[in-house]
Design a protein around this ligand. Structure first.
Ligand code: PEP
Ligand code: MG
Length: 567
């Protein structure tokens, strides 16, 4: 059994697919039998075409026609007579198949990438993909394509990056195991949004788990069992059933108001990463969107999305939410969210560097494109603008001044927008917490980003398992910070929400009720459970628990007290 971070609940039982970048190095050698070597090459081509055709079929079945067309180009390059002649000729003159394939496709790659026509240049990448596929087969290695997986796949990968998950085969993946990442890493957030059981930070998982072997992923407990015994399988199948039953029981909360046991209304909204996630949020009965991480739009693109492209994405969410509130966070680039085409300089400590609102305010013309798109979309729903990683009041003032400029420009263009659009800020740095009173005076709302707030308060990286004992929302320093932020927001009469993962923490919810949190923004699959827990507490009960907890001095004591009180 292997242990890691319990990142996304549920039990996944399937076959391990080790998705490592395969080592395609080889030692060139002269084959003894050129004909046999040519046959080895022909077999690799045939297998590659067979696999690619299967992928095309599965993509067509899912309606991914564009992707299927790209795969069609792969077949053309594998079958190309010119390339085949070149490879066979090289084998005849004494090269092994690996070297002949590598050189022939290398020649074609150089040829395509130097062409003037952009279409041809784009095909250069396809040439390399075919070379990788053929070489992997000749060397007996497997290339795992996350976009078309066999049924019941447990993907084992060093790190699951947001871009890898963009086109992951959601229908056939039943579990995720990674070697890095903590509960609030973006891999974990995405896994939870997709409802895929996940265990992260399993040491050397890609080496120690066997590709093709049966594996159980217990995403609730953070355990991975390779080649389970019959007894273990029976145990986990029963657990999976129990998990499904608990989920079904939550259906009783669908369509209900989110209220505490004594009738105080709370707003229960969803965190989303792209416009399509809005559908899942509505399916899970959200009351709006509390955080649209707009950086995913930028990460999924090859160049800066234009004003119209951004407008279309924001408008889509606004329309889908039919008048319910939609908080869209402006570009939160940096940290673990890289956008290669922005060509940001390397930094030794990117989490403390030139990122998020700092980057945006330094690139005002680029920032105004996003702000203008947001303003335009505000004519189609209740869109609110949220600033990430704020540490000073100046940042809020500067951003608001840019928004005013954009409004004037839209007026001049005669384009409609909500003149009273609300502008709020994430509270996710200790600085923002300490000046919450100043910020509250000039912001329309707060949303507490506990994922970063915990990290920056405790000086403990959210993805580093070795400091995860410090990275805890139950740390008294964090609890006191939360209390302070909510109370300053309440005093100023603005809405205070929370969009960090802690908003869905069943243990923490009573404390948040006592502190006076107005809005809970959680991943779509956590909505009904959060509604249930909110409904179980009266303010009086929550206050009694908070009074006790605020007198405790260690994270362990706080967590134990919350666990003892949990209903
Ligand atoms: C947070 O920091 O809590 C947050 C919601 O933002 P992100 O996880 O995208 O950094
Ligand atoms: Mg954050």
């Amino acid at each position: 059994m292997f242990e890691g971070v319990n990142a996304s609940d549920g039990i996944g039982i399937g076959v391990a697919r080790i998705a490592v970048e395969p080592d395609l190095s080889f030692t060139p050698h002269a084959p003894e039998d050129a004909e046999a070597e040519k046959a080895r090459y022909a077999a690799a081509v045939e297998k590659f075409i067979g696999q690619t055709n299967a992928q095309i079929e599965s993509m067509n079945a899912k309606g991914l026609d564009g992707a299927a067309a790209i795969m069609g180009a792969h077949i053309e390059f594998a079958e190309d007579e010119g390339i085949k002649d070149m490879v066979n000729g090289s084998i005849d003159s004494g090269m092994c198949a690996e070297q002949a394939v590598s050189e022939a496709y290398g020649t074609y790659y150089t040829m395509f990438s130097n062409m003037d026509d952009e279409l041809f240049r784009e095909r250069a990448a396809d040439v390399l993909d075919v070379r990788t596929g053929l070489l992997a087969d000749l060397l007996g290695k497997e290339v795992v394509d996350l976009s078309t997986l066999p049924e019941n796949s447990v993907v084992v990968v060093h790190e699951l990056t947001p871009s890898m998950t963009a086109d992951i085969d959601r229908d056939h993946i039943v579990g995720i195991v990674t070697e890095t990442g903590g509960r609030t890493s973006h891999s974990a957030i995405i896994a939870r949004a997709l409802e895929i059981p996940a265990v992260l930070s399993v040491l050397d998982a890609t080496k120690n788990l066997k590709g093709g072997a049966m594996v159980v992923v217990d995403g609730s407990k953070g355990k991975v069992i390779s080649e389970p015994t019959d007894d273990e399988l029976e145990h986990y199948r029963a657990k999976a059933k129990q998990y499904a039953e608990e989920k079904a029981a939550l259906e009783a909360y669908r369509g209900k108001e989110t209220v505490t046991a004594d009738g105080t209304k709370k707003l229960l909204v969803a965190n989303i990463g792209n416009p399509d996630d809005a559908n899942a949020a509505v399916e899970h009965d959200c009351e709006g969107v509390g955080l649209f991480r707009s950086e995913f739009l930028f990460m999924d693109a090859k160049e800066l999305p234009t004003e119209d492209e951004q407008f279309a994405a924001y408008q889509k969410v606004a329309l889908r939410m039919k008048g319910m509130p939609v908080i869209i966070r402006t570009l939160d680039v940096g940290g673990d969210k890289e956008i290669p085409y922005l060509n940001l300089q390397h930094e030794d400590n990117p989490f403390m560097g030139f990122r998020a609102v700092r980057y945006c305010l330094n690139n005002p013309e680029q920032y105004k494109v996003q702000l203008t798109a947001l303003l335009r979309a505000s004519a189609f729903g209740d869109i609110k603008i949220m600033l990430p990683l704020v540490t000073t009041l100046d940042e809020v003032r500067e951003a608001k001044a840019l928004i005013e400029e954009c409004k004037k420009e839209l007026d001049a263009r005669g384009v409609a927008y909500n003149k009273d659009i609300e502008v709020g800020t994430m509270i996710e740095t200790p600085a923002a917490s300490l000046i919450a009173d100043d910020l509250a005076a000039e912001c329309d709302f707060f949303s507490i980003g506990t994922n970063d707030l915990i990290g920056y308060t405790m000086c403990a990286d959210r993805g580093n398992d070795r400091v995860s004992y410090l990275y805890q929302v139950y740390q008294p320093a964090v609890i006191r910070s939360l209390k302070r932020i909510i109370s300053e927001g309440n005093k100023a009469g603005i809405m205070v929400g929370m969009c960090g993962e802690a908003a869905a923490d069943p243990l923490l919810i009573p404390l948040l009720i006592s502190f006076g949190l107005d809005e809970f923004s959680v991943s779509a699959p956590s909505i009904l459970r959060t509604r249930r827990i909110i409904s179980e507490w009266t303010k009086e009960e929550a206050d009694a628990l908070a009074e006790k907890v605020l007198q405790l001095h260690t994270a362990a004591e706080v967590k134990a007290a919350l666990q003892a009180a949990a209903k």
